[in-house]
Design a binder for this molecule. Structure first.
Ligand code: HEM
Length: 502
């Protein structure tokens, strides 16, 4: 009797097991099924994991190149149940981001940031969903940055002053071999920190070193298969303590910016706006309407940390590429020196007005950005509505990856896509030209908000340092590597240089 009961309950469990398995397989099949005709082609999607096993998440661009050869400029991937479409080549990316700007203006929701307080009306700017709150914040940020001098003289003066401090710090290395990573980062971060929080850090400051390490580690935390998996299977983030454990540095980074804001609030006087944080606090004080537009305390932290994150590593990494290329190509360095001597001389600091008279230096900076290619996959976009691109149907809610490497190194546009060749930006008369496929800041509605500031910093920092020093590879050091290291940002491998005063 007991045996019979046992057998019958066992068979019930088996039936239930079979039922659940069939049900799960069916749900998975339905979720991955593409019910639309003309959906972009892509590798075969496997049950549950989709195409994730085919992608090298430590360097996705390599995998994208392979798929592009097989499937063309618009191909699809499947991250578990999330539909992803990758856009390649200048024409495709331009058609999406410029011609159909609003269709591609959304961002995918990022559950991996929820543990930081990220959510409805507190998404910062960079990852905010396309809509009213994002529009208000972007407008406010652009206007406020402009009021603090973005694109105006006062900010130029600030950048020039910081470039001067950087020169002194480099001089104090006394011509010995050193890595300029920390110094350049410090200088560039000081510009955005002053605008945002009214703070700058002395070179060598321990707190700043901690901030930099936290930031770099938090970027590392976000790459690889695990974060990608958590993004597409957010239920896993409910495992108690898991997000805090995996994204520890991210949390510490936000806590750090919180500390800056709190310190700042102690001296806040609504009658006097010192910086971006003050302007935001003033907006918050307007009450409910402001809250609806995204001006709340949590978002203050996200918006300012977005500015710091987006505005420091990007520009400083580009500058590190610039000095690396100067080491690797001394003949190009010497042409830049000649132009600086001719147009600016050795005594007065460079100004933005000089740029128009310095086509070669300008071309070199643009070529640094093209070759450095620091954000190879751009930031993820999402379709805001059903749309069509190059004859393919892409439904609303599809995650879009813009392969910026494929634009900056598009063989149909650039004469020598994989070489450092400043002539890409010069015409036959030696005048500066900017091909349309130069898109390191991306394009369209979500294009980089700090493009003007970044361009000013690149020009002033680069020319100021080049005016004062010749950069050489130290005798005991190998020739630095020209390839990059990918951790969302594509940065040069660490290298040493000597700054010889001119
Ligand atoms: C060389 C320096 C820089 C490069 C190459 C760069 C590049 C980019 C790229 C590729 C994007 C993504 C655009 C898209 O989603 O299609 C972006 C977005 C953004 N950048 Fe930059 N950036 C730089 C400097 C800066 C600076 C200095 C700031 C700060 C003021 C800044 C603030 C932002 C913001 C706030 C966004 C998000 C815009 C939005 O989603 O509406 N960036 N940047």
């Amino acid at each position: 009797m007991t045996l019979l009961l046992w057998l019958s309950s066992w068979s019930n469990i088996s039936v239930l097991g079979v039922f659940l398995t069939v049900f799960t397989v069916l749900v998975d099949f339905m979720k991955r099924r593409k019910k639309w005709s003309c959906y972009p082609p892509g590798p075969v999607s496997l049950p549950f994991v989709g195409t994730m096993p085919y992608v090298n998440y430590n360097n996705p661009i390599l995998s994208f190149e392979k798929f592009r050869k097989k499937f063309g400029n618009v191909f699809s991937l499947q991250n578990c149940w999330t539909n992803v479409v990758v856009l390649n080549g200048y024409n495709t990316v331009k058609e999406a981001l410029v011609n159909k700007s609003e269709d591609f203006a959304d961002r995918p929701y990022m559950p991996i940031y929820e543990h930081l307080g990220y959510g409805h009306k507190s998404e910062g700017i960079v990852l905010a969903k396309y809509g009213h709150v994002w529009k208000e914040l972007r407008k406010f940020t652009l206007i406020t940055l402009r009021n603090f001098g973005m694109g105006k003289k006062s900010l130029e003066e600030r950048v020039t002053e910081e470039a001067g401090f950087l020169c002194s710090a480099i001089s104090s290395e006394g011509g010995r071999p050193f890595d300029l990573h920390l110094l350049v980062n410090n200088a560039v971060s000081n510009v955005i920190c002053t605008i945002t929080y009214g703070e700058r850090f002395e070179y060598g400051d321990e707190t700043f070193k901690k901030l930099l390490t936290l930031f770099e580690n938090s970027l590392n935390e976000e790459i690889g298969l695990l974060p990608e998996l958590l993004q597409v299977v957010p239920i896993l983030l409910r495992i108690p303590g898991l997000p805090q454990m995996i994204f520890r540095c991210q949390k510490e980074y936000i806590d750090f910016t919180e500390m800056l804001i709190e310190k700042h609030k102690e001296t806040w006087n609504p009658a006097y706006t010192r910086d971006f944080t003050d302007a935001f606090l003033k907006e918050m004080a307007k009450g409910n309407e402001a809250e609806v537009n995204g001006f709340n305390r949590t978002n203050l932290s996200f918006v300012t940390s977005d500015l710091l994150a987006a505005g420091s590593q990007t520009t400083s990494t580009t500058l590190r590429w610039a000095f690396l290329f100067m080491l690797l190509y001394p003949e190009i360095q010497s042409k830049v020196h000649k132009e600086i001597d001719k147009v600016i001389g050795r005594n007065r600091p460079p100004t933005m007005a000089d740029q128009a008279n310095m086509p070669y230096t300008n071309a070199v900076i643009h070529e640094v950005q093209r070759c450095g290619d620091i954000i190879p996959m751009g930031l993820p976009h999402m379709t805001y509505r059903d749309t069509k691109l190059q004859g393919f149907f892409i439904p609303k809610g599809t995650t879009i990856i813009t392969n910026l490497t494929s634009v900056l190194k598009d063989e149909t546009v650039w004469k020598k896509p994989n070489e450092f060749y400043p002539e890409h930006f010069l015409n036959e008369n030696g005048e500066f030209v900017r091909p349309e496929a130069f898109l390191p800041f991306s394009a369209g509605r979500r294009a980089c908000l700090g493009e003007q500031l970044a361009k000013m910093e690149l020009f002033i920092f680069f020319t100021t340092l080049m005016q004062k020093f010749t950069f050489v590879i130290p005798e005991d050091q190998p020739r630095p590597r020209e390839d990059g290291h990918f951790a969302f940002i594509n940065s040069p491998h660490p290298y040493q240089l000597q700054a010889v005063p001119r």
